[in-house]
Design a protein. Structure first.
Length: 218
């Protein structure tokens, strides 16, 4: 008589261990094998961080290649968390470089930082972000531009000395830099990032956003 009772007692525990999963096709907009490998690894890190931000523990995360396609398998305890992840990964990426302006003329106003106006420079004119560590443990990020981006940024620097430019990612101001020269060098460098880990997160997020497309696999 005790065995059926034991089995019945275990049944809710067994049925409560189900998980949810999702499979993404991952498309890269580069043919460079080394950079492609870097982007796939960065994509794994991005997914891990986003699931952590959602507050969901990953059960499994795997990268595979099937039928000539890169795929990522994600398994978690809650389907709702995967739905949020899918929405975040499939929303088109946006990065804009904007110039400080009066609030009356601004495209966006940020509390504590004033108004900013679009310059026509976006992620379309960016090539790559590279994170590194500064002496003392702080982080830095170098932003490399395409030739078109360098030309546009050169004009922006030449015409707007002693003004601030803002870097907006997904509509939020993430960095504000003073134009203290009339000549753009090869790249823009964001310094004094509190930790190198934060610099790594920023570089991964932007590089994946610019170069990786996630779609649900059928």
């Amino acid at each position: 008589m005790k065995r059926p009772l034991l089995l019945l007692a275990l049944l809710p525990l067994l049925t409560g261990c189900s998980t949810a999963s999702v499979l993404y096709n991952v498309t890269l907009n580069t043919d460079d094998e080394e950079r492609g490998s870097m982007l796939l690894l960065a994509s794994l890190r991005v997914i891990e961080r986003r699931m952590a931000n959602i507050g969901e523990e990953l059960v499994d995360l795997d990268m595979q290649r099937k039928n000539g396609k890169n795929q990522m398998y994600v398994e978690a305890k809650e389907q709702a968390a995967l739905d949020i992840l899918t929405d975040e990964l499939t929303t088109p990426f946006e990065l804009y470089i904007m110039l400080e302006s009066s609030t009356e003329d601004a495209d966006v106003v940020v509390e504590g930082h004033g108004g900013f106006k679009k310059t026509g420079i976006s992620h379309e004119q960016l090539k790559w972000l590279q994170s590194s560590e500064e002496p003392g443990g702080k982080g830095r990020v170098s932003i490399l531009f395409t030739q078109e981006g360098r030309d546009l940024m050169g004009s922006l620097f030449e015409e707007n000395q002693n003004k601030y430019i803002g870097i907006f990612v997904r509509g939020s101001l993430v960095s504000k830099l003073l134009v203290d020269t009339n000549e753009l060098k090869d790249e823009i460098i964001i310094t004094d990032i509190p930790t190198v880990q934060l610099a790594n997160v920023f570089a991964d997020d932007v590089n994946v956003g610019m170069h990786v497309t996630f779609t649900l696999a059928p």
